[in-house]
Design a binder for this molecule. Sequence first.
Ligand code: NAD
Ligand code: 2YH
Length: 259
Amino acid sequence: MALLTPDDLRDINKQLQEADSIVRRVTGLDIKGICKTLYGTSPNSEKIGIVPVTAGNGIIKNFSASLHAITQYFGFDSFVTDMSDVSGYYEAVRSGADIILMADDHTFLAHNLKNGKIANNQPSTGIIYAEIASRNQKTDSKDVLVVGLGKVGFPGAVHLVHKGFRVYGYDTDKTLLKRAVSSLGIIPFDIESPKRFSTIFEATPCANTIPETLLSENCVLSTPGIPCAISEELRLKYNVQLVMEPLGIGTASMLYSVL
Ligand code: NAD
Ligand code: 2YH
């Protein structure tokens, strides 16, 4: 289980603005536009209560403040509760929150108290990064490589299969790879084979998971994985269109999915 660090969240507004401009360049839509088409929803003055949670490894400095900045960036009315945990939840509801955002070490959820819908950050993140990859405007190829088939990557792979892509998958965990091959019909990929891709979706907690032999010029790498799947040197050499941001894109996906 990988936890975000305050350093990951530094200058979250700037990271989000930069990610939004890359998403626009890659897909022709901004993050809001992607969310609207993905879920068919739009905000309607929902108020969001963000509750800090001390369980497990405790409060992550900047986490609640980053969620506040992110929700404001997407035009939501939001606030962070003064109290944490159960008292914070009570405070959020009493202060008129329609949607609760809260995370412990394992689960980051959005719960819409008005309609009962609930979202989990991991599948929501996988789905939106896969959706961004699927909208690569620079290619007609239906081939997509998915690297990492865990709690984020697997739902992303499901989404790409449902959208009709020819999905190649790789995970160092052979059991997970087998599960994806048998349940989704994806093509098991040997990471050492020299096939180049114009679109890659990566969701692992490891650095440098994408070798140079898989990259094509101007390819799209849509990756929520932290740290980055490629080196800065490779990004520049292949002019890789890198969509990577630590919290905001996945949070937007969660929120639009519960509207
Ligand atoms: P997970 O542990 O469930 O899945 C990760 C998978 O990657 C595992 O199946 C593992 O076997 C595989 N893997 C590890 N090294 C690999 C390698 N070199 N090549 C191929 N596969 C490899 O983790 P998760 O919950 O799916 O999260 C994945 C990453 O996404 C983490 O870094 C997490 O912090 C990050 N994340 C980011 C956001 C965001 O908004 N940016 C949101 C959620 C999670
Ligand atoms: O970062 C995390 C976990 N990786 C779960 C999210 C799944 N992608 N949790 C954040 C914990 C926040 C902390 N409890 C706080 O500050 O409220």
